[in-house]
Ligand binder design. Sequence first.
Ligand SMILES: [Zn+2]
Length: 201
Amino acid sequence: MNETFARRSLADICSRLYDRGLTVSAGGNMSVRTGPEEILITPSGVNKGMLSPEDMVRMDIEGEVLSGGKPSIEHGFHLALYRRNPRTNAVVHCHPLYCTALAVMNRKIRSGLTPEGVILLGDVPMVDYETPGSEELIRAVEMHSDARAMLMRRHGALTQGKDLIEAYNRMEELEFQAKLQMLVGRTGNLPRSEIEKLVRL
Ligand SMILES: [Zn+2]
């Protein structure tokens, strides 16, 4: 992907996440792959609603900074997902309120409440709590690297996709499902046979 376009797309997705209330202040970090071995990632400690294309940090997927400032402290699990999944071209991590509430309570997302949840998200695992920026957190995320979306215990949410729009859509859907789950209480999932039918779509 052309670097100028990638920088602009990443800044645009950050301001969308911020405008939709999916991330607040300097929380969260987002990245996009620009080549087989290279990514752009948001810088450390900057409000995601105020990022410009030139603020993004260029890194190789082994973790070396190629240009720009200080990358997000969570770059380790972004890089791990790119190394493991050649088809992943974008990673979005943030702390949406309802996702984070479920993650604090250690309650899994029930993506079987509506067809969209089944189709867009599939099973959403809960990543164990580990200190942000630690090697342990990278390994905990790697254990679920096949998932399109994950909750991170006592922390937030994480999605990956073939491009920024797909990773963004998954985050938006994940927060919608988390909010829905809080509203519907004990109402059950769709019947198993229907979920199987939707998975086959
Ligand atoms: Zn975080």
